[in-house]
Ligand binder design. Structure first.
Ligand code: ASP
Ligand code: MG
Length: 401
């Protein structure tokens, strides 16, 4: 069997853990598996490197930032290859250049275009474990780029697809995907299985276990993903194509605090206003998520929407700067909001799900500010202070068994 084993930063945060990972790999190797390992940088290395760059410069070039950040994964990968050698495992570390991981040229958030898997395959054929640096690629100018924070998961899935691996195992400090964040929902439980779509919603909406692009890619190339603990034995959670179910199959409840709400008050109630406002934001690459427009009255209307917390100030400034031109009354920004989402197959076709969710929130006195739904998700925007209480109540109604 051919497998990719990916270990996150906390699993390789010091020498002891790196040696422990090496032992884990030895165990798999003894079973006769062909193994590619993908690693993150040790512990908080990436954060530390970013902080170091800030000490040097207020606005370092993106190219140099990527050159700096890609060193983190080279450190962990070479150290692991040494640890494997000491255990008698034939291993070689490869960076993105050597593993031929080609990306586009979006520094800091590059997308993988293709992987020429010949080198990796040659190492496997020679009986070696290939230890590949996660989170990085090279562009057509042979610059080193990074794939965006948490991008090592995406490297692992991309390699699994490129070499035709049977499985891609993501080892982390939790033992799988949970129905809710165990830090706020004590009775959250581990899922044995989750569909790609369910996982994608969970990853996008705040369950920070997997990089959402890795799930997208796994779905596209039909790579079976397993999320499991690097510290203890266990089956973890398998992410795969969902079985066709007609009934309701709830995956979990997520909380995302990294959102902000903007409200544009007193816009003219005439065609084109929404377009004009959102066009200015899209020119600045700001994604808008939940959108609510009030019913027009006295020739005026309001538009309320959410953006990611990182874009909040910029979005506010852009819109504030449009006041004169578009003639609206005011714009407000609230950064203390959270999204609480219920995720699962069959949500839209079981109409009482929404009612039950709203009732659960009502019962614990949580006020809903905005609502959005998709086929497999209901999201409400609530006050940040109330999000944990609301999530717990929703989890209790749907997942307490
Ligand atoms: N080391 C990178 C980060 O901290 C990539 C990863 O861990 O997946 O974001
Ligand atoms: Mg991660």
């Amino acid at each position: 069997m051919k497998k990719v084993m990916k270990f996150g930063g906390s699993s390789v945060k010091d020498a002891i853990r790196i040696k422990r990972v090496a032992k884990r790999i030895l165990k798999e190797k003894k079973k006769g598996e062909e193994i590619v390992v993908v690693l993150s940088a040790m512990g908080d290395t990436t954060d530390d490197l970013i902080a170091l760059a800030k000490e040097i410069s207020d606005s370092p070039s993106k190219r140099e930032m990527d050159m700096l950040l890609t060193t983190g994964e080279q450190v962990s990968s070479s150290l692991l290859a040494m640890a494997l050698s000491d255990l008698g495992v034939n291993a070689i570390s490869l960076n993105a250049f050597q593993a031929r991981i080609k990306t586009n040229s979006v520094y800091g958030n590059a997308k993988i275009k293709n992987i020429d898997s010949e080198r990796i395959q040659n190492e496997l054929d020679a009986g070696r474990v290939a230890v590949v640096t996660g989170f990085q690629g090279i562009n057509k100018n042979e610059d080193m780029l990074t794939l965006g924070r948490g991008g090592s998961d995406t490297t692992a899935v991309a390699i699994a697809a490129a070499i035709g691996a049977d499985i891609c195992e993501i080892y982390t400090d939790v033992d799988g995907i949970y129905t809710g964040d165990p830090r706020i929902i004590e009775n959250a439980r581990r899922l044995d299985y989750i569909s790609y779509d369910g996982m994608l919603e969970m990853a996008t909406l705040g369950a920070k276990v997997l990089h959402n692009r890795s799930v997208e890619m796994a779905k596209r190339y039909n790579v079976t993903l397993v999320v499991k603990s690097s510290l203890e034995e266990g089956d973890g959670t398998r992410v795969l194509e969902g079985k066709a179910v007609e009934g309701l199959l709830i995956d979990g409840v997520t909380v995302d605090d990294d959102v902000a709400r903007l409200a544009v008050i007193g816009l003219l109630n005439e065609p084109g206003m929404a377009f004009k406002i959102f066009n200015e934001l899209s020119k600045a690459d700001i994604n808008v998520d939940m959108i609510l427009q009030s019913v027009g009255r006295d020739g005026k209307k309001d538009i309320t929407f959410t953006v990611s917390i990182d874009d909040a100030k910029e979005a506010y400034n852009i819109i504030n700067g449009l006041k004169e031109r578009f003639g609206f009354e005011d714009v407000s920004l609230d950064e203390k909001v959270s999204k609480v989402s219920l995720i699962g197959a069959g949500i839209q076709s079981n109409f009482n799900v929404a009612t039950k969710m709203f009732e659960a929130l009502y019962n614990v006195g949580v006020n809903i500010q905005m609502i959005s739904t998709s086929e497999i998700r209901i999201t409400v925007l609530v006050d940040e202070e109330e999000s944990a209480r609301g999530a717990k109540a929703v989890h209790d109604v749907f997942l307490n068994d």
